[in-house]
Design a protein around this ligand. Structure first.
Ligand code: AMP
Ligand code: TRP
Length: 328
């Protein structure tokens, strides 16, 4: 029998989840839970590179679990767990770091961007991609669904795995680590924020998945537009409103809004109202599910515990293989 494909992804609990996270990573990850053995985790070790508030870290981690479950992650199909419940990843990260060239890490955009925006140049921030490689390689992952900003990290992961295989593998025993493939959805690889740049918690341009109604409306109404007058035709291809509407409306509805843009006669404010309504309806079933989960006190803990057990069983086997291969 063919082994099911193993799908793995992680998300940092460093803030509140926004619709860029949802369309870029969570929705594709949730869709993949039906296609193989899915493992999704909350990257709390990684979040320590930017969050140094223990209470906030613990709260955010639970909240990410809650939001992921509310959005449709089915714990009977996909394992959901905390990264730090599988501490062997830090052991694997150490082993990987011994073959990782510093020059490779120096080229990572994510590190350079964060330092350019004022983050302290800590060793953990610099070696972030090595820990991420360990996250992926410790489960023999086949596919990693992520947004485009993570593509380089997956390339580094493949590079590190290949180095381990070259250094410690042999023709007789075969490769030690499996090379994963990124899965990046073309339509949602970069979801724009309300200022038109990539939506990101660090740019303050987000629309949160579970923001309250008033705040969400306010965010949508403050999407930046040009100063084209109400009567004048507008360019649908250069509009953040259109891009976000495309994520939540049907093909016909998108087509209709595009035509109204071109025709003129409707102002941006009007289009934003329409976008808000669609967006609010889109997430209504998830809000309902979220309320249900919140009523069951032990649900999240139980899910995380079950997930950790499954993840640990896999990680244990892979670590046995790695330790034997390197001579530990
Ligand atoms: P982060 O919040 O950086 O941990 O990101 C979690 C996941 O969401 C990663 O797979 C990112 O690639 C994805 N993601 C974050 N922001 C966006 C965005 N604006 N568009 C598409 N994907 C995103
Ligand atoms: N670096 C990822 C992000 O910021 C989170 C992450 C950590 C991850 N480890 C991972 C994603 C492993 C996929 C696979 O979004």
């Amino acid at each position: 029998m063919k082994k099911p494909m193993r799908i793995l992804s992680g998300i940092q609990p460093s803030g509140i989840l926004h619709i860029g996270n949802y369309f870029g990573m969570m929705r594709p990850a949730i869709a993949l839970q039906d296609e193989g053995e899915a493992l999704y985790f909350i990257a709390d070790y990684h979040a320590l590179t930017s969050l140094r508030d223990p209470i906030a870290l613990r709260e955010n981690s639970r909240r990410v679990a809650l939001d992921f479950l509310a959005c449709g992650l089915n714990p009977d199909k996909a394992a959901l767990f905390l990264q730090s419940d599988v501490p062997q990843v830090t052991e694997l990260a150490w082993i990987l770091s011994t073959v990782t060239p510093v020059s490779r890490l120096e080229l990572a955009h994510s590190y350079k961007d964060k330092v350019a925006r004022g983050a302290a140049a800590a060793a953990g921030l610099f070696t972030y991609p090595v820990l991420m490689a360990a996250d992926i390689l410790i489960y023999d992952s086949d596919i990693v669904p992520v947004g485009k900003d993570q593509k380089q990290h997956i390339e580094i992961t493949r590079d590190i795995a290949a180095r381990i295989n070259e250094t410690f593998g042999s023709a007789r025993k075969g490769p030690i680590l499996k090379l994963p493939e990124p899965r990046i959805q073309k339509q949602t690889e970069v979801v724009p924020g309300i200022d038109g740049q990539k939506m990101s918690k660090s740019y303050g341009n987000t629309i949160d998945i579970f923001g309250d109604e008033k705040e969400t409306r306010k965010r949508v109404m403050s999407i930046v537009t040009d100063s084209t007058l109400v009567e004048a035709p507008k360019n649908p291809d250069a509009s953040t409103i259109m891009q976000l509407y495309g994520l939540v409306a049907s093909k016909d509805e998108v087509q209709e809004m595009r035509e109204q843009f071109r025709k003129g006669g409707r102002g941006y404010g009007d289009f934003k109202k329409q976008l808000f309504e669609k967006l609010w309806d889109y997430f209504a079933p998830m809000r309902k599910r979220r309320d249900e989960i919140l009523r069951d006190k032990n649900y999240i803990d139980d899910v995380l515990e079950r997930g950790a057990r499954r993840a640990n069983a896999i990680a244990h086997e892979v670590m046995k293989r790695v330790r034997a291969a390197v001579g530990l």
